[in-house]
Design a binder for this molecule. Structure first.
Ligand code: SAM
Length: 343
């Protein structure tokens, strides 16, 4: 298809398309007289660029996300994920305004106004300002091998199989339940539920992890997305599981992640999480001191490189917010939490 026709079909202009070409977002085949031709794949790519721009994503971020020619599902997945983020932002805004409207006009002060405005900004920043500091895209192909590697002075995956099995046992769900695995990676936890007949949705922020997972488990409904803006409708799932993923968020963002989980969980639903954490701050300090005494810098660097949770802080928040929590310690850095909202 020629440039003019493509621009017309996608409601844009040749000038805009040339701009994206100059920015390196789009590479078009050139024919005689420098005419550009669009293959179907180029049209999908352009439509994705236009849609993400419409949602306010900067061209640099789009370029980063669209590194290579991707399958059409990847384009659609990215758009869905961005739209969910936008939808949640709109929901927050509506909720904030509803709260203001419940007050009498005379009761509304400037302080309320600034508080609510800051709250909105704060929530948007919480969601937008998360970056993959660990490059999971690069880890994806070797991940399943990495978790089996032993012999290092510090093995974060010690107890991996046991923890995943405990998640399955503690979740104790019937085969008709629909589950969500957040930070699904290559799908090792979701696999356990698939085997017992559950329908599973898997969310991950890494396109490459999703690709590897798709090759292993084509039956999982895989979605590009984020702990803080899950691409799932309200009350869309019966249970949520997650393993080795939550510690990529600082504790205050973990709380936002729990709020998101509550949003997508059906009433009475269950959350089971296996993750790297310490019982409390005192235990963290003691463990780090013990590693220092042993001269195990590898362990200290690994722990400080991520956001190992403080179990006490998380459980306190959950209980104050109406959840009941059962905890299990697998080893000195690995815990399992079974979380249920009291109805
Ligand atoms: C260490 S892997 C664990 C994978 C798998 N759950 C397992 O137990 O083998 C962490 C996974 O969480 C994903 N992840 C990390 N932070 C995330 C976030 N904020 N939102 C969604 N996925 C995230 C990563 O992309 C990666 O696939």
């Amino acid at each position: 298809m020629k440039m003019k026709e493509a621009a017309k079909q996608l409601n844009t202009t040749p000038r805009t398309i040339r701009f994206y070409e100059e920015k390196g977002l789009l590479t078009l085949e050139k024919g005689a007289n420098d005419y550009r031709y669009f293959k179907e794949e180029d049209l999908w790519r352009l439509q994705t660029i236009l849609s993400l721009r419409e949602l306010g994503m900067g061209t640099d971020r789009i370029k980063e996300a669209l590194t290579e020619a991707s399958p059409i599902h990847t384009y659609l997945n990215m758009q869905r994920s961005a739209l969910y983020g936008e939808w949640l932002q709109l929901k927050d805004t509506i909720h904030t305004i509803e709260t203001m409207l419940q007050k009498e006009e005379a009761q509304l002060s400037e302080e309320d106004l600034f508080y609510l405005a800051n709250r909105l900004k704060g929530r948007k920043e919480l969601r937008d300002k998360w970056e993959d500091e660990w490059n999971f895209n690069e880890q994806a192909k070797k991940y399943d091998l990495m978790i089996k590697t032993t012999g290092y002075r510090f093995n974060v995956h010690e107890g991996y199989d046991e923890a995943l099995e405990r998640v399955k046992v503690l979740a104790d769900v019937s085969e008709t339940c629909v589950g969500l695995d957040i930070g699904i990676g290559t799908g090792n936890l979701a696999e356990k539920f698939i085997h017992q007949g559950n329908k599973m949705i898997g969310v991950d922020q890494s396109e490459e992890m999703l690709k590897v997972c798709k090759e292993k488990h084509s039956e999982i409904d895989l979605r590009h997305g984020h702990f803080l803006a899950l691409p799932v409708m309200d009350k869309g799932v019966d249970f949520i599981v997650s393993s080795y993923a939550l510690h990529h968020l600082p504790d205050e963002k973990k709380i936002t992640a729990f709020q998101e989980m509550e949003r997508v969980l059906k009433p009475g639903g269950i959350i089971v999480i296996a993750d790297l954490m310490f019982t409390d701050q005192k235990e963290r300090e003691k463990t780090l001191a013990d590693f220092a005494k042993e001269g195990n810098q590898e362990a200290i660097a690994a722990i400080e490189d991520e956001y190992y949770g403080n179990r006490r802080v998380l459980v306190e928040w959950l209980e104050v917010n109406g959840f009941s929590v059962r905890t299990e310690k697998i080893n000195r850095i690995l815990h399992v939490l079974k979380i249920q909202k009291s109805i």
